[in-house]
Write a protein that binds this ligand. Structure first.
Ligand SMILES: [Fe+2]
Length: 340
């Protein structure tokens, strides 16, 4: 069932303290076509040879000075990775007890000395067959796992791409490059990291924050692009973008969309409870408190149809001034450290 070439390429390690035994074994194996043989008469070298040559099969003597066969197997068990390693015991002493002991340490089969050449080769063949099948299954599993990982990654990327484009679509009228959404995402991630949130959460916030104003899709052009002061009624319509955004994103199955919904709904809340929906303090989702700071800072430092860009120093001072009023003091603290 295995092809001959696989057998000939099998790496075999012989560990036997008697030179004569090693020679006989080597000759038999060479004649049978095995070409990659390693051997030692010093069992203390077995572990190092194993690491160096990664044999497919080990022919192991039991009675040896310094380290006996059982000791060698203990060493191999410690260093061998979780792969099936055939160990064939060659020994004159194969009493049931010795067999039991050897089996419990990882021996796969036994041949008594003096051995029959044909029997030895048959057992070697069987062990190698098992070894190669094991390796084959293992590599198939790895291939499958790699495929699953690749598919998962592709799915995630598709998700992220669509979310990014949705954010650009939402702000197309006043930010058709997507720069504002990207910067708010980046600043939010820096704040989240500074606040000690785990990396997975930081990444989610960066992506979800880009969708904070997605609800602007539902605000009329005439209001959104109006130059000059909005009337009270017009401003009420602008304020609807938080609830519209939350509605667009509601019921999402992915954590990214659920977080985006939270942010869309809460990013205009104020720490003192005077925001759009009058949620107060820690009742406001943390992601919303984070994006609130990132969003205002970016809006202040950028030019808008109705206002010039503020100098960065002034914008920082304004954030600082709103500590505990508009903004969560902890987030402002984090912001100051990030800005440094
Ligand atoms: Fe907003």
């Amino acid at each position: 069932m295995m092809n001959t070439r696989a057998f000939r390429n099998a790496r075999i390690l012989i560990v036997d303290d008697e030179e004569a035994n090693v020679e006989v074994l080597g000759r038999i194996l060479s004649q049978a076509g095995f070409m990659r043989l390693e051997s030692t008469t010093d069992s203390r070298e077995a572990a190092a040879l194993y690491v160096q040559h990664r044999p497919d099969l080990i022919l192991l003597d039991l009675h040896m000075p310094h380290l006996d066969g059982l000791d060698v197997m203990d060493q191999l068990n410690e260093i061998a990775e979780a792969s099936y390693l055939p160990i064939l015991i060659l020994s004159a002493d194969l009493l049931p007890e010795a067999r039991r002991e050897a089996l419990s340490r990882g021996a796969k089969d036994f041949v008594s000395k003096p051995f029959q050449k044909d029997e030895l080769l048959l057992r070697i063949r069987t062990l190698l067959e098992t070894r190669f099948l094991y390796i084959q299954i293992q590599s198939q599993n790895q291939l499958l796992e790699a495929k699953v990982r690749e598919r998962t990654r592709a799915l995630e990327e598709a998700q992220i791409e669509i979310v990014e484009r949705l954010a650009v679509a939402a702000e197309f009228r006043d930010d058709n490059t997507g720069q504002h959404t990207r910067r708010v995402g980046q600043m939010s991630a820096l704040l989240a990291k500074q606040l000690g949130l785990p990396d997975v959460q930081v990444t989610l916030i960066r992506r979800a924050a880009a969708l904070h104003d997605v609800g602007k899709i539902g605000v009329p052009d005439t209001i959104l692009m109006k130059i000059g002061k909005l009337t009270t009624d017009e401003f009420e319509l602008v304020k609807l973008h938080t609830t519209i955004g939350a509605r667009i994103l509601s019921g999402g199955k992915f954590p990214l969309l659920r977080l985006a919904e939270e942010i869309a709904f809460t990013h205009h809340e104020r720490w003192d409870g005077e925001g759009y929906a009058r949620i107060r303090g820690t009742d406001i989702a943390l992601a919303g408190r984070i994006v609130a700071v990132a969003d205002v800072f970016d809006a202040l430092t950028q030019q808008r149809p109705y206002k010039p860009a503020w100098p960065v120093g002034d914008a920082i001072a304004e954030i600082e001034r709103q500590r505990g009023r508009q903004f969560d003091p902890d987030v402002v603290e984090a912001f100051m450290r990030v800005i440094e």
